[in-house]
Design a protein around this ligand. Structure first.
Ligand code: GDP
Ligand code: IMO
Ligand code: MG
Length: 424
């Protein structure tokens, strides 16, 4: 295997950071291709915790090159802050091991302001992270985005930003009645940040192309999850990028032949942050227990994550939508000791039972079909076999979605993992 994608198979926060860090050890390159600092990927090594939002989760391995592709929306201020944090924690980051696409889209102060104003005053609340992600992707689709390479020339930047801000200023003044920075001030701010970013900026397309030709091992690190994909996800309660494996082709800049396998990261239960339907959501003490024991608090916004049982109709759909070839089942330890353990195996919908959450189904209208399964309480001591109940939990997943579980994670630490299959 030369190339592998790490894709969240649910609504994000499945443990992609941990798995990327682990498999990154065996790779030459780790590539982020979509999303921005709405992501929060946690890596725990010993008593050191690193939360990455924009920098790829391979950065802790000195031999591994981290690459931010052109499909990413890039907040230069958030980047500089994260770079300082990572460097201050003792990690060496240089233009040799971090490369940023000159064509990535910049998140401006106007994008962030628009995101926050819409969420607080607009007609539909999505529960966004407020990082300006949606408005930045809107600019890109509208062909008026500021690109990283624009940050390097103040005159050009000011001109482009003036065109970019024209319509937004009408909204800030007439609709949202809010203050906003002048074009000159914002251009100056971005230009100054650009000076810090500049050494890392390059043609990542060619870099990746050459790496692949030289048979380098590449890991694509997805952000968010398939159910938040702007095309495949639970629209409109989604993010604004293609979070599924399809996003790699456009966001990193590679052709279809360069993706050997897709590893779907799947929490042993389900969580969601923000608004939107959630068929297997728990509102009882068990849900609270999972939330507390699993420390289900957003790594980016600090919001409490909604919790529910593992939803197999949704997982089955994600596997199809993202061509996932195997699963990494994470946070299995959190379900240990729950006496009445359930899995959502289907939905009652319009008088029928369905087993896959195809897009035509209105998730707000389904009733989950819950199956009680034997509880488990594994200790995951070295060399000890998994209990029959946990094995049966895994088999239920494998049989329903039709692909193998290749990894089991049972704690946040790098070492708390069991490989049932080899990667790289
Ligand atoms: P990501 O966005 O997919 O990278 O996931 P997050 O970092 O936002 O959230 C996952 C959280 O679960 C982090 O706090 C991880 O440290 C933690 N985590 C990952 N895998 C496991 C696991 O197997 N067990 C436990 N208890 N925690 C885990
Ligand atoms: P990682 O990579 C979980 C959610 C937000 C909101 C919706 C849209 O850590 O798994 P946005 O700010 O993107 O416009 O918000 O998407 N969301 C995430 N939820 N994990 C994430 O990233 C998320 N990134 C965005 O909560 O519901
Ligand atoms: Mg996260």
């Amino acid at each position: 295997m030369q190339t592998l994608a790490i894709i969240g198979s649910q609504w994000g926060d499945e443990g992609k950071g941990k798995i990327t860090d682990l498999l990154g050890q065996k790779c030459d390159l780790v590539v982020r291709y979509q999303g921005g600092n709405n992501a929060g990927h946690t890596i725990i090594v010993g008593n050191k915790k690193t939360v990455l939002h924009l920098i790829p989760s391979g950065i802790l391995h000195p031999h591994c090159v981290s690459l931010i592709g052109h499909g990413v929306v890039f907040d230069p201020e958030a980047f500089c802050k994260e770079l300082d944090e990572v460097v201050n924690s003792g990690v060496e980051v240089t233009p040799k091991n971090l490369k940023i696409s000159e064509n990535a889209t910049v998140i401006t102060a106007y994008n962030k302001l628009l995101d926050v104003q819409r969420e607080s005053k607009g007609p539909v609340k999505i529960g966004t992270t407020g990082r300006g992600i949606g408005p930045a992707y809107e600019d890109k689709a509208a062909r008026k985005a500021i690109k990283i390479k624009d940050l390097l020339d103040l005159e050009r930047l000011t001109k482009k930003l003036r065109q970019n801000a024209e319509e937004k200023i009408v909204l800030f003044e007439a609709k949202y009645k809010t203050e906003y920075p002048s074009v000159e001030a914002e251009a100056k701010r971005l230009f100054e940040l650009g000076e810090r970013v500049a050494p890392f900026v390059c043609d990542t397309f060619s870099y990746l192309d050459q790496a692949l030709t030289a048979n380098k091992k590449v890991l694509y690190e997805g952000a968010q999850g398939v159910l938040l994909d702007v095309d495949y996800g639970t629209y409109p309660y989604v993010t604004s990028s293609n979070t599924s494996a399809g996003g790699i082709y456009t966001g990193a800049g590679v052709s279809g032949k360069h993706l050997d396998e897709v590893l779907g990261i799947t929490k042993a239960y389900t969580t969601r942050v923000g608004e939107g339907p959630f068929p297997s959501e728990l509102f009882d003490e068990v849900g609270k227990h999972i939330q507390t024991k699993g420390n289900e608090v957003g790594a980016t916004t600090g919001r409490t994550r909604r919790c529910g049982w593992l939803d197999l109709p949704l997982l089955k759909y994600s596997v199809k939508a993202s061509n996932i070839t195997s699963l990494a089942l994470t946070k299995v330890d959190i379900l240990c000791g729950i006496d009445t353990l359930k899995i959502c195996i289907g939905y009652k919908y319009k008088g029928e039972i369905i087993d896959c959450a195809y897009p035509g189904i209105d998730l707000a209208e389904v009733e989950p079909v819950l199956k009680e399964v034997p509880p488990f309480n594994d200790t995951f001591t070295d060399g000890k076999e998994l209990s029959p109940s946990l094995k049966s939990y895994i088999e239920t997943i494998e049989q329903t979605v039709g692909i193998p579980v290749g990894i089991i994670a049972y704690g946040p630490e790098r070492s708390e993992i069991k490989f049932l299959q080899n990667y790289f």
